[in-house]
Ligand binder design. Sequence first.
Ligand SMILES: *[C@@H]1O[C@H](CO)[C@@H](O)[C@H](O)[C@H]1NC(C)=O
Ligand SMILES: *[C@@H]1O[C@H](CO)[C@@H](O)[C@H](O)[C@H]1NC(C)=O
Ligand SMILES: *[C@@H]1O[C@H](CO)[C@@H](O)[C@H](O)[C@H]1NC(C)=O
Ligand SMILES: *[C@@H]1O[C@H](CO)[C@@H](O)[C@H](O)[C@H]1NC(C)=O
Ligand SMILES: *[C@@H]1O[C@H](CO)[C@@H](O)[C@H](O)[C@H]1NC(C)=O
Length: 362
Amino acid sequence: MAPSATNLILLIILSIFINIPQILNIHAQQQVPCLFFFGDSISDNGNNNALTTLAKSNYPPYGIDFPDGLTGRFSNGEIVPDALAKFLGFANPIPPFAAARGSDILKGVNYASGGAGILDESGIQLGSRISMSRQLLNHQITVRRIQNMMRNQTTEKNNYVGRCLYVVNIGSNDYINNYFVPNTQTRRLQTPDSFAETLIQKFSQQLRTLYNSGARKIAVFGVGLLGCIPQVIANNPTNASGCVDFINNAVQLFNNKVKPLVDNLKSDLNGAQFTYINITSISSADPSVLGIRVVNASCCPVSRQTGQCIPNRNPCSNRNEYIFWDNVHPTEIVNIAMASRAYNATLPSDAYPVDIRRLVQQ
Ligand SMILES: *[C@@H]1O[C@H](CO)[C@@H](O)[C@H](O)[C@H]1NC(C)=O
Ligand SMILES: *[C@@H]1O[C@H](CO)[C@@H](O)[C@H](O)[C@H]1NC(C)=O
Ligand SMILES: *[C@@H]1O[C@H](CO)[C@@H](O)[C@H](O)[C@H]1NC(C)=O
Ligand SMILES: *[C@@H]1O[C@H](CO)[C@@H](O)[C@H](O)[C@H]1NC(C)=O
Ligand SMILES: *[C@@H]1O[C@H](CO)[C@@H](O)[C@H](O)[C@H]1NC(C)=O
């Protein structure tokens, strides 16, 4: 039965108080047939739940603001992939590879794994994780399954995955849980610049592999200001910036190489559209505009070792006033704000050459 006009108005009014993004998408059209996510704990929505690792979050208070509660998301509520899926008109979040079943995969899969890096060895001290290379192997399994499901639809099957959006957000663990782990061999053997180059070489191969699996519209996120996260500040001397400059400077060397990488891949790979999401630009926003007041402390009480929430301890109640949920990961309000600017850029420097909204229209 169709809702009457009064019911609809009531629904709209209720929704304004409950959740504004939901109402915006009631009639929204899905802008791409499917959505695939690759990355680390910023994007993981449950792939680590069954792994033996410190990088898991399927215990309270994680998910306190998420409708399905404990899922393995490293936040109080939505993460960037959830918000991007909403902006792109999807009615439901994209399922994790570990739980995606049957025809669900036709809408996309999330392969991200907490602790994972571009390099296979990154994050090893946390335990098991699904590195970027293994996420790409998992994606090949999905593509074969999709081709099987569509084997009778000859016109659809050849370009279906080519019309989807691919979002890659990885590299933080190559720094935090590899290069900047005290006394590692990597750091003795490589300068920050040569390490950034090592990452870019491997990343380039990985993005080519993704293209070879049929991807054509690919959004690549840069690495954030790791020298400003509370866990890093707690363990290193800070500079006048309030952050750990040598870590931010090293990460910037990597980010500076992603833009030329995106240009090279676009010219090498026929029909490919790549875009770079500039998280440095996005996170330069004034957080007080969002009502955020606490920028240097976590909302939940954290473990000193991992920076993650201590199980079952009460978090702060004013979660929308914090940037950081635990000592490493952002709150839902920040995740939605980041996804919003990646989708619809506020500044020209937020995305190069186009934001995700324009990427999917091309
Ligand atoms: C594909 O077509 C064949 C022959 O017409 C049929 O036996 C099979 O069940 C179909 N498979 C799917 C997945 O629809
Ligand atoms: C940042 O702080 C470190 C340690 O206190 C110091 O060695 C370094 O010179 C500082 N860097 C800058 C750019 O001020
Ligand atoms: C990313 O944003 C920063 C800060 O606004 C800017 O300095 C840098 O040039 C941007 N990078 C690209 C590739 O646009
Ligand atoms: C955060 O900043 C506030 C205000 O500058 C300061 O009072 C507080 O001690 C800081 N907290 C931490 C954990 O550094
Ligand atoms: C994009 O953002 C601008 C403001 O920055 C807004 O006016 C516009 O409606 C947004 N477009 C979409 C499609 O969300």
